[in-house]
Design a binder for this molecule. Structure first.
Ligand SMILES: *[C@@H]1O[C@H](CO)[C@@H](O)[C@H](O)[C@H]1NC(C)=O
Ligand SMILES: *[C@@H]1O[C@H](CO)[C@@H](O)[C@H](O)[C@H]1NC(C)=O
Length: 800
């Protein structure tokens, strides 16, 4: 720097000498000359000799008293005594000069002169700070100018700042203006839009260059900080997020996290997540998006069956507001969380029990809202029921009968059905098909027995209940409402209804009459049970009423013949031995059994001990020989008693007359046992004759009947209304019966043909049919004009 200044000093020095044309001496020197540098020869210029100078004691005085200059007394040259800085000396003035006086004495004289200090480019432009900070909003439009602080150069004229420059860059340029005072002012000009997000700051070097030769320059760093404008929306890291979720994911579970970033900075980069307007209400119901963290959580119960995919439109909004969008696709994965659903389409609540197999009872559908295996459904009903399931369409089923139902066995079905899916674990649903089996009149009223035997004591009270029948009909209501009636008996002509009646509701049978065992020993009635169904079903049962004997008949003495309540018997005492059978008392009892078992008792005798009476036989025998002392008229009172409870009895008075003369005949008869044989034989013949007569008679009747029938059949077409038939039947009671009202009433027991000497054989011919024990022919009149009552049947039987 010193050499540069030195060279300049000489140049300026030469330039200044030419200024001495004015009256006042004026020197020009550049500033910053070295001490000792010659300004001018002041002595010569003032035309004062060097000697005079020193002799007259010259003094150099400056305005401000500063001794920048000194005069050499030897040669009178003015030289620089102190370094002169023009910029210090003359601040802010373009011309700078120092006024000096040279005073001499003897005579005192003053010579003013000026030394002009010429500028030398000795100062570089300088900026107040070498780092300029500038904040520029990124939104600033191109063309905008930013004034820059000017640099300062204390030099003047051309030595001061002549221009500015900055290093080249895309965005900024420099615009130089000249102010009114001629200063150069630099402005930063934005040439291209800024984007903080691309370049958030610039560092430029501003250079101020002066016009000196050589020029000097000063630099300052311009730091341009681009301030953020919220010009960026938050941006999600994915446009579409995809995730999947089990449908049973519990509430509060994290689905995923969305992430957005905002290129802006500071508060401009702050944003909040939310669902956008596109998000449906359903999405908002099911999911929750945390505004700060971007966490998406489940907040509802997801259901694959309602929606398989959820589309979540999310946004991030900053304060501007700038909005960034993204989409979250949540695929729901099916979980077997739905049990099969059974939907009953129709059910027959009443199934008639005669419904044909294959009748549809219920139609239903089974669905499962799950998909895949989770939605594959199977159905089952118990195997022990007469029903089956049948698939019609997919998921549609029918419940069919496989058999005829029976209400009486099962009146109500409550079939449980389970349906389950193929998921793991499987879910199932149960339902019940309940229906009633409606009644059909398919059951007959059923009597407990097909026939009943009722034992009834004779002499019963008319109108009293004798028996009760019950028939069970398991059908319902009317179909099982049994009523009873007595059917007209086809076998017997008796108007049975006039004997018996039945309570149609209770089945109690009442006897309307009092019966007499001795007249009739049994009745058969056919009882019918009928339900009230439509059509009605009936069944019958036979009720045999067996009349039991009561001891209501006293023994009747039939032998010997009684006259005036006593019988007379003659005996021949001298010929008879001890034990001689005098006579035999015979009695009959209309009752039967014990009631007819008779005993004979001697209750009174003229000569007690002479006679004995057989307890059961009624034989009266003599116990000893009759002597003459014995009274000729003997009186015996015999009591005949039956064994009934209480017993009934009858008495007989026997009068024995013992004549004086005995007959031979009698003893012969007694001694000859062949008589008994003879009588037995006789008896047999008699019976055979009687029997064969009866048989012949019977055959004649049959012949007559057959002939009559034939005749009727021939006449059938003339009497189509007349029902006439002819049949033979075997009676279950094996009673050879000839029924007729007249016959019935004549219960005649033929007199026993009793032979006094026979102990073992009693032959009886009876017309009573009840006690007979042989097959019988039942004959009904073929023609009303043939009265059966006229027919008499004789039955022969041997009784022991
Ligand atoms: C069928 O049975 C189930 C289970 O025992 C019962 O809950 C239901 O009430 C029954 N339905 C009818 C109509 O009785
Ligand atoms: C009947 O017997 C009684 C006494 O027992 C007797 O008085 C009466 O004369 C008898 N009558 C006849 C007709 O024998």
């Amino acid at each position: 720097m010193a050499t540069v200044l030195g060279d300049a000093a000489y140049f300026i020095f030469l330039l200044c000498v030419s200024d001495l044309v004015f009256g006042q001496i004026r020197y020009s020197v550049p500033e910053e000359l070295e001490i000792g540098a010659i300004v001018g020869n002041i002595a010569e210029d003032l035309r004062i000799s060097v000697r005079e100078l020193s002799a007259r004691k010259f003094q150099l005085r400056a305005d401000d008293g500063k001794q920048y200059f000194e005069v050499n007394v030897q040669d009178g040259i003015l030289y620089i005594n102190e370094r002169i800085d023009r910029e210090k000396l003359c601040i802010e003035t373009f011309t700078c000069s120092i006024s000096l006086e040279l005073a001499v004495e003897n005579p005192f004289e003053v010579f003013p002169f000026e030394v002009e200090i010429l500028d030398v480019n000795d100062n570089s432009p300088s900026f107040p700070t070498n780092r300029l900070k500038l904040q520029v909003a990124e939104s600033v439009v191109p063309g905008t100018r930013f004034p820059l602080e000017s640099a300062h150069d204390p030099d003047v004229g051309t030595n001061t700042i002549s221009f500015y420059q900055i290093n080249s860059n895309e965005h900024f340029g420099l615009k130089i203006k000249t102010s009114n005072d001629g200063r150069k002012i630099a402005e930063l000009l934005l040439m291209k839009p800024l984007d903080r997000e691309q370049e958030s700051s610039f560092e430029l070097l501003l250079t101020a260059v002066d016009g000196g030769i050589p020029y000097r320059s000063g630099t300052a760093q311009i730091i341009i900080i681009i301030t953020d404008i919220n010009d960026n929306a938050p941006v999600f890291d994915h446009e579409i997020y995809r995730t999947s979720l089990l449908e049973n994911t519990p509430k509060g579970s994290l689905v995923m996290k969305v992430y957005a970033a905002d290129l802006d900075e500071g508060s401009n980069a702050e944003f909040k997540y939310s669902f956008s307007n596109y998000a449906t209400k359903r999405v908002r119901d099911f999911f929750n998006l945390d505004a700060e963290s971007g966490d998406i959580r489940v907040q509802g119960l997801l259901d694959f069956e309602k929606s398989e995919v959820y589309e979540l439109d999310v946004q991030a909004v900053d304060s501007a507001p700038n909005v960034g969008h993204a989409k979250v696709l949540v695929t729901i994965i099916d979980v077997n969380d739905n049990a099969p659903e059974i939907k009953l389409t129709s059910i027959t609540e009443m199934v008639p029990e005669d419904a044909a197999p294959g009748s549809v009872i219920a139609v239903f559908s089974v669905t499962d809202r799950d998909s895949g295996e989770n939605g594959q459904v199977q159905c089952q009903i118990p195997i022990n029921v007469p029903f089956k399931l049948q698939t019609t369409l997919t998921n549609n089923y029918q419940l069919l009968t496989t058999d005829i139902l029976d209400r009486e066995t099962t009146a109500l079905y409550n079939i449980s059905m389970s349906a389950w899916d193929a998921g793991l674990p499987a879910l199932s649903t149960n339902t019940y098909f309940a229906f009633i089996v409606s009644d059909i009149n398919d059951n007959f009223p059923r009597f407990a027995q097909s026939s009943y035997n009722v034992y009834l004591m004779e002499n019963n009270t008319p109108g009293s209940s004798i028996f009760s029948v019950t028939a069970q009909d398991p059908d319902l209501e009317q179909n099982g409402d049994v009523s009873y009636s007595i059917l007209e008996n086809q076998i017997q002509e008796d108007p049975v209804p006039s004997y018996f009646t039945i309570n149609s509701k209770s089945g109690s049978i009442y006897a309307l009459r009092s019966f007499d065992y001795e007249q009739r020993k049994n009745f058969q009635i056919k009882v019918q049970a009928q339900d009230a169904g439509s059509p009605a079903l009936t069944s019958t049962a036979m009720v045999s009423i067996i009349i039991l004997d009561q001891n209501d008949n006293a023994p009747v003495i039939i032998s010997p013949l009684i006259w005036n309540s006593s019988a007379r018997v003659e005996i021949v005492p001298h010929l008879i031995n001890t034990g001689y059978l005098v006579t035999k008392v015979m009695a009959n009892d209309a009752d039967s059994g014990q009631n007819a078992r008779l005993t004979y008792e001697l209750i009174e005798a003229t000569n007690p001990g002479l006679f004995t009476v057989g307890l059961y036989s009624g034989e009266i025998r003599i116990t000893r020989s009759i002597t003459e002392q014995d009274i000729t008229l003997q009186r015996l009172v015999i009591m005949v008693k039956d064994s009934g409870q209480p017993s009934l009895s009858n008495t007989l008075t026997l009068l024995f007359s013992i004549p004086v003369n005995l007959t031979e005949n009698l003893s012969e008869r007694i001694d000859n046992p062949s008589h008994t044989e003879y009588f037995s034989e006789l008896n047999k013949y008699f019976i055979i004759i009687f029997g064969s007569t009866s048989v012949i008679f019977l055959l004649i009747i049959i012949l007559l009947v057959v002939l009559k029938c034939k005749q009727d059949r021939n006449n059938m077409h003339y009497h189509s209304n007349k029902i006439c038939c002819c049949y033979m039947r075997r009676n279950s009671n094996d009673v050879f019966t000839q029924r007729s009202a007249a016959n019935e009433s004549s219960n005649y027991h033929g007199p026993a043909q009793t032979l006094p000497f026979s102990e073992s054989h009693h032959y009886r011919v009876r017309l009573s049919p009840e006690t007979s024990k042989s097959d019988f022919l039942f004959l009904k009149p073929c023609h009303p004009t043939l009265p059966l009552s006229d027919i008499t049947v004789v039955d022969t039987s041997v009784m022991k």
